[in-house]
Design a protein around this ligand. Structure first.
Ligand SMILES: Cc1cc2nc3c(=O)[nH]c(=O)nc-3n(C[C@H](O)[C@H](O)[C@H](O)COP(=O)(O)O)c2cc1C
Length: 446
């Protein structure tokens, strides 16, 4: 079926600075994966034909498109997706109203058997969603009996057309616990609970999943969102024949929020379960960041929709080169490495202060730093018309660094620490006469 693309050569060739071979394999809930890069449950993992192509290009495993028992027929709305473009950047986010698999259960299970036979070292995680307690057990057993190495319980689709399913279960922690326990009693393979991000604190439902017996947690599913409203017809997109709906949002736009959910769960000692992370992963750097905050495996959908399965070659090469340069031989040694430095804001040393530092030799005189500092910063820049250059008044600089965010020359503006005791000039009052008229409430402040 699939052609050999030659990309497999990216496996295992790299050596670390100390000369040791790079080992990208990870053990996740007791299952060995050749690398941490997995397809997530979605259209990118919808059939054996697709998964085979992906495995040939280097993906280490698959979380298969969520299985349905066939009891309640699944019909996908049409159209089922909307792209959120931001300025010139395409597909910053992706909104979808797709349901779980509309393929007959038997066809999906036959695909498991095929994949397992041809790719025995590539684990299959079967994503399932029941619409009753008994159905969770039925699907779990069906998947386990036909080659699935693990299960992922979809407690998190935010736009199911079947009432009371998907993220409604993920938000009802006792139901989530009950269905997890049902599945655990039905099978002996490891079970992941896939969390909804449509909640404030993900550790709470994750702890209920643990109580139900979950062996690991995966997150995040898509965020409930409205990506765009049609200005002509006033219908949110995707416009399904005149009707829009709040539905699942994914892609690079969600990554910072998803990353924090993973880190928060990794920091929760009481939880202590292995994590499979997803949300906006497009590059090896995205994937690495998730490993550094505690994920053992990472899963991808929108990145593949945007660029194709081939992005895994960059992930394998990029991560291997990074490890090589740092003398790290095992990908597993990266897991959670950023957590000791991730603290609550009250740990900041507020005695230490800094300002922006400008490498003026590289300045192109565009003036954007001056405008942003004037309109949204500390008005710390003076503008010299003749030379078309900014001049920083250091003791007015807020160190917000917004000048560096819009400067077109990478690395021109950096942050430098000021000597101990250095103080920022307070912002002045426009009209001194007003100071005498200010009314301060005459009540104790405790
Ligand atoms: C079109 C589409 C369909 C999806 N279908 C499923 C699904 O059937 N089951 C599931 O657990 N997650 C599903 N997801 C969610 C993804 O698996 C993933 O959690 C989410 O998209 C975040 O990852 P990403 O930013 O890499 O896309 C779907 C996502 C998209 C975009």
């Amino acid at each position: 079926m699939a052609k050999d693309t030659g990309l497999k050569s990216a496996f295992g060739g790299a050596k670390s600075a100390s000369g040791g071979a790079i080992d990208l394999s990870v053990s996740f809930c007791g299952v060995k994966f050749p690398n941490p890069f997995l397809l997530s449950s979605s259209p990118v993992s919808n059939s054996a034909e697709m998964v085979e192509m992906a495995f040939e290009q280097g993906w280490g495993g698959v979380c298969y498109k969520t299985l349905n028992s066939d009891r309640i027929p699944i019909i996908h709305p049409s159209p089922r997706m909307n792209a959120y473009h931001y300025e010139a950047k395409q597909l910053v986010g992706l909104q979808n109203v797709e349901q779980i698999s509309d393929r007959p259960l038997k066809d999906n299970l036959a695909d498991f058997l095929y994949l397992k036979k041809k790719y025995p070292s590539h684990p299959i995680i079967a994503s399932i969603m029941g619409f009753s307690n008994n159905e969770w057990a039925y699907l779990a057993k069906a998947a386990a009996d036909n080659g699935a190495d693990m299960l992922e319980l979809n407690f998190s689709c935010p736009h199911m057309t079947v009432e009371g399913s998907g993220h409604k279960v993920g938000q009802a922690v006792h139901l989530l616990e009950k269905f997890t326990a049902t599945v655990k009693h039905a099978v002996s393979i490891p079970v992941l609970a896939k969390m909804t991000p449509n909640i404030t604190d993900m550790t709470e439902p994750a702890l209920f999943a643990k109580k139900g017996g979950a062996d690991g947690i995966s997150a995040v599913n898509t965020f409930r969102a409205i990506s765009e409203i049609g200005l002509g017809d006033w219908v949110a997109k995707p416009n399904v024949f005149g009707v829009g709906a709040m539905s699942g949002y994914s892609g690079s736009a969600i990554k910072p929020i998803a990353l924090h959910f993973i880190a928060e769960m990794a920091q929760c000692a009481e939880l202590g379960l292995p994590l499979s992370a997803m949300g906006g992963i497009e590059t090896w750097i995205d994937a690495l960041e998730y490993l550094l905050v505690g994920a053992t495996t990472v899963q991808v959908t929108t990145g593949i929709i945007k660029y194709g399965y081939r992005i895994v070659a960059d992930m394998i090469e990029g991560l291997s080169d990074y490890m090589s340069a740092r003398g790290i031989t095992r990908a597993e040694d990266l897991i959670g490495k950023a957590l000791p430095n991730l603290k609550s804001t009250d740990h900041f040393d507020l005695e230490r202060q800094g300002v922006a530092a400008y490498d003026m030799d590289r300045c192109v005189g565009c003036g954007q730093c001056y405008i942003v500092c004037r309109d949204a910063g500390g008005q710390a820049l003076e503008w010299d018309e003749a030379s078309r250059r900014p001049k920083l008044v250091e003791d007015k600089c807020l160190s917000c660094m917004i000048c560096s965010f819009i400067c077109p020359v990478p690395g021109l503006i950096t942050h430098k620490e000021m000597p101990k005791g250095w103080a920022r000039r307070p912002t002045g009052i426009m009209d001194k006469a007003m100071e005498r008229q200010v009314k301060i409430p005459n009540m104790p402040l405790t």
